[in-house]
Design a protein around this ligand. Structure first.
Ligand SMILES: [Mn+2]
Length: 179
């Protein structure tokens, strides 16, 4: 179970923040956010997570790219939502002052001290991003993305058994895109 009202509040906030932003497939960015939220909702229901935990996971899923990709700040999320949501989204945000190579490990490190509900969003995000790679990606980028997905799974697999299994399947199926 989860709160429909909280879902709508986070969805509308994210829609306003991401404005006209598009996914690498040229679709409205909301398709990415609602896909990640859908994976999280499915896992929450399968795991029969209590309502407060589901609400945290789902809100963070809808808001997970706001600090990284829009002008929304930690303080905005703290004021509009709460500390848990703001901290969760911040942990899912890359630190652009680091080298590209170090950004993922740093974010994973920060996620490890977050509740499982926040870690679930990282798995759902990568599940969603393991669809057919965008046309613009070369083989090396696809290969690295696959490798990075395995690293994410190995670090966060304990947060939810359904999402771990689904990510594992997605990783295995992604091999068809590697030349
Ligand atoms: Mn994302």
């Amino acid at each position: 179970m989860f709160s429909q009202e909280k879902y709508l509040k986070a969805l509308n906030f994210a829609a306003k923040a991401h404005k006209e932003q598009k996914t690498p497939y040229g679709l409205p960015y909301l398709t990415h956010l609602t896909s990640v939220a859908m994976e999280v909702i499915h896992a929450c229901e399968e795991s029969k997570l209590e309502i407060e935990k589901s609400d945290l996971a789902i809100s963070v899923a809808l808001l997970h790219d706001t600090i990284e990709d829009t002008n929304i700040t930690y303080d905005d999320l703290y004021n509009e939502f709460d500390a848990k949501i703001a901290e969760g989204v911040e942990a899912l945000t890359k630190d652009f002052s680091l080298s590209k190579k170090d950004q993922m490990a740093d974010s994973i490190n920060r996620l490890m001290s977050q509740p499982y509900e926040v870690q679930m969003v990282k798995l759902a995000d990568r599940i969603t991003n393991l669809q057919k790679p965008p046309e613009s990606w070369d083989n090396l980028k696809i290969l690295n993305y696959h490798k990075e997905a395995k690293f994410i799974l190995s670090c966060l697999k304990n947060c939810n058994v359904y999402l771990s299994k689904r990510l594992e399947d997605k990783i295995n199926n992604y091999i068809v895109y590697i030349n």
